[in-house]
Ligand binder design. Structure first.
Ligand code: NDP
Length: 498
C-alpha cells in the first residue's frame, strides 16, 4: 500500500474512551470494533463497542445535567456564547479533526478541513440567530399575558452517519444544545474518533458537565440501546432510510420518544433549455454528484436535461466524468478519495450492477488502482424511471441522465422516487423557476443561474425532508426550535382568589 506523506501520520494514538459527564472514561466491557483506513487498509484504532450499561451511564449523566438546570436554566444568549466558544475551538482544531475524519473514511484531507470549518461557522451563525430566544408572546390584553414558550425536550440522543463525521455531529450538537437539551451522541462505527474529540473541546469551552456525552459503538449495540431507552426523550438520526424505519419501531415500542429523521436521498439536478453552452455548467453538474465521492445525502445523482439541450450538454458532462480520478486522500489537490469502507464499496458495486439493460454507461473515470476501496465515477443514460439507478440511493459517484420535454415533465420525473431530500434547478430565467420550486418534493431546493458556490449565509438555510427522506427541520433558527416543545402559558391576574 502507498506511503502517506510524513506530515499526514498522526503523532500519537487517538483517545478512544467515551465521554461521560465531561470526562473521558473507560468502557464497562472489553468489547471493541476496529476502525480502519480505507485507503491503506491499515488499523487506526480499536474502539469500545458500548452496550447498554455504558449507554445507561451516559443517559444518566445527561439526565442529571438536564435536571440540574446547569444548561437548560441558562438564557439562550448564554448558551449561544458557550457554543460559539466551542465552535471557535473546533475551528482552531480543524486540521487535527480533519486528519481523523479523512483517515477513517477516505475523504480528501482538504475537503475534510473545509467542511469542518464550514460546520463550525454554521454553528456560530445558528448560535447568533438563536440569541433572541424562541418564545413567542401571543397577547397581553388587560391583565392577561399569553406566551408560547419553547421548552427543551430533555435528554436527546443523536445517532449519526460517517459521510461527514465531525460536521454532521456539529450540526446536531448545535441545534440540540442551543435549545437547552442535554445530548448523548453515538457516532458511526466507521468514523468515531474525531467526534469523540468534540467532547474534549466542549469541556474546554466551558459547556457544563453531562450536557454532551459521546458513546462510540455499533448501531446494533449502542445505537439500539439509545433507540429503545426509556429515559431518552427524543432521538435525532442521520443515516439510511432502512435504519430510520427500525428506529421508528424502537421508539414506538419503548417510550414513544420524539423522532427527527434525516435519511437518504436521490436528488435531481434539472437543467432547462435556456442554458445553451453556459460556461462551467458541466463541471458544476458533475461536482453535484461526485463531491465526497458521491457520499452525500443531497448528491444530485439524477440529471434531468431538457430534450433540446441533452445532446449538446451530455458529451460535456461525460468528458468531465471521464477526466476524474480517485487517489490518495492525503495528496494535495486530490478531489476524490476511496469510498469509506470495503463493505460500502461492495454495496455500491452491487447496486450499479442492478442497472437495466437499457441503462447505458457513457463515461467512466479512473482509479489509481492502489486501494481496494476506490470506485471510478460513472455516468449512465437511461429513460426508464423504474430503473434501480433512478430509484435507489447508491451513495457513490454515479449519476443517471434522462431527458425531459417541458417543465411539467421535469417535475413529474423529479418527484418520482420515494425520497424528497433536495433538488437543484439550473436556468437563466429565475422568474420561471420560482413557481416550480414549490411543486418539488424536496426539503431543500437550490434554484440557480450561476455555477459559483452559494454564499456562506446559505448554511443557515432551514429545510425539512419530504417522503422517505425523513422529517424534522435541519438548519437555522427553525432547526433549533425542532428540539423544543411549545408550552402554552397563560398568566391572568383578576385578583379574585382572596
Ligand atoms: P446507516 O443507517 O447504516 O447508519 C447510520 C447510523 O445508524 C450509524 O451510526 C449506525 O451505526 C446506526 N445504526 C445502524 N443500525 C442501527 C440500529 N439497528 N439501531 C440504531 N442505530 C443503528 O447509514 P450510513 O452510516 O451508511 O450513512 C449513509 C446514509 O446516511 C445514506 O442513506 C445517506 O443518505 C444518509 N445521510 C443522510 C443525511 C441527511 O441529512 N438526510 C446526511 C448524511 C447521510 P454504525 O454504523 O456505527 O453501526
Amino acid at each position: 500500500m502507498p506511503e502517506l506523506p510524513p506530515a499526514a501520520q498522526p503523532s500519537h494514538p487517538p483517545d478512544t474512551r467515551l465521554v461521560v459527564a465531561g470526562e473521558r472514561v473507560q468502557p464497562s466491557a472489553a468489547d471493541c470494533f476496529r476502525v480502519t483506513d480505507p485507503w491503506t487498509g491499515g488499523l487506526l484504532a480499536e474502539v469500545p463497542d458500548c452496550g447498554a450499561p455504558d449507554v445507561d451511564r451516559a443517559v444518566a449523566a445527561a439526565r442529571l445535567a438536564f435536571e440540574s438546570a446547569s444548561w437548560a436554566g441558562l438564557s439562550t444568549g448564554q448558551r449561544a456564547d458557550l457554543l460559539s466558544a466551542f465552535a471557535a475551538r473546533v475551528a482552531a482544531r480543524a486540521p487535527e479533526l480533519a486528519m481523523l475524519d479523512s483517515r477513517q473514511m477516505g475523504m480528501p484531507l482538504a475537503l475534510a478541513e473545509a467542511s469542518i470549518q464550514g460546520a463550525a461557522a454554521a454553528l456560530s451563525a445558528q448560535a447568533d440567530q438563536a440569541r433572541a430566544g424562541l418564545d413567542v408572546r401571543l397577547s397581553s390584553a388587560g391583565t392577561a399575558l399569553a406566551v408560547a414558550a419553547a421548552r427543551p425536550l430533555g435528554v436527546v440522543a443523536a445517532i449519526t452517519a460517517w459521510n461527514f463525521p465531525v460536521p454532521i455531529a456539529l450540526g446536531r450538537i448545535g441545534a440540540v444544545l442551543l435549545a437547552g437539551n442535554s445530548l448523548v451522541l453515538k457516532p458511526s462505527e466507521i468514523a468515531p474518533l474525531g467526534c469523540l474529540r468534540l467532547g474534549d473541546l466542549a469541556a474546554e469551552a466551558g459547556i457544563p458537565s453531562g450536557v454532551l456525552n459521546i458513546v462510540p459503538g455499533r448501531g446494533t449495540t449502542a445505537g439500539a440501546a439509545l433507540a429503545s431507552h426509556g429515559d431518552v426523550d427524543a432521538l435525532a438520526f442521520t443515516g439510511s432510510t432502512a435504519t430510520g424505519r427500525l428506529l421508528m419501531q424502537a421508539a414506538g415500542a419503548s417510550n414513544l420518544k420524539r423522532l427527527h429523521l434525516e435519511c437518504g436521498g436521490k436528488s435531481p439536478q434539472i437543467l432547462f433549455d435556456d442554458l445553451g453552452d453556459a460556461k462551467g455548467l458541466a463541471g458544476a453538474v458533475v461536482a453535484g454528484f461526485t463531491h465526497n465521492s458521491g457520499q452525500l445525502c443531497t448528491a444530485g445523482s439524477r440529471i434531468l436535461i431538457h430534450e433540446t439541450l441533452f445532446d449538446r450538454l451530455l458529451p460535456l458532462i461525460a468528458e468531465r466524468v471521464a477526466a476524474l480520478s480517485t487517489g490518495n486522500p492525503m495528496a494535495p489537490e486530490q478531489l476524490l478519495g476511496p469510498l469509506a469502507s470495503r463493505a460500502h464499496t461492495a454495496t455500491v458495486e452491487r447496486l450499479v450492477g442492478q442497472a437495466l439493460p437499457g441503462d447505458r454507461c457513457v463515461a467512466e473515470g479512473q482509479t489509481s488502482g492502489r486501494s481496494a476501496c476506490e470506485f471510478a465515477p460513472r455516468l449512465f443514460v437511461g429513460e426508464d424511471p423504474a430503473s434501480p439507478l433512478v430509484q435507489q440511493e447508491l451513495f457513490g459517484p454515479v449519476a443517471i441522465a434522462t431527458r425531459f420535454r417541458d417543465p411539467d415533465d421535469a417535475i413529474r420525473l423529479a418527484n418520482a422516487t420515494p425520497y424528497g431530500l433536495s433538488a437543484t434547478l439550473w436556468s437563466r430565467d429565475m422568474a420561471a423557476l420560482m413557481p416550480l420550486a414549490h411543486r418539488l418534493k424536496a426539503g431543500f431546493v437550490i434554484a440557480s443561474d450561476s455555477v459559483s458556490p452559494a454564499d456562506p449565509g446559505v448554511s443557515a438555510l432551514p429545510g425539512e425532508p419530504a417522503g422517505q427522506s425523513g422529517f424534522g427541520v435541519e438548519g437555522g433558527l427553525q432547526g433549533v426550535a425542532a428540539f423544543t416543545r411549545l408550552q402554552g402559558v397563560l398568566f391572568q391576574s383578576k385578583g379574585t382568589l382572596q
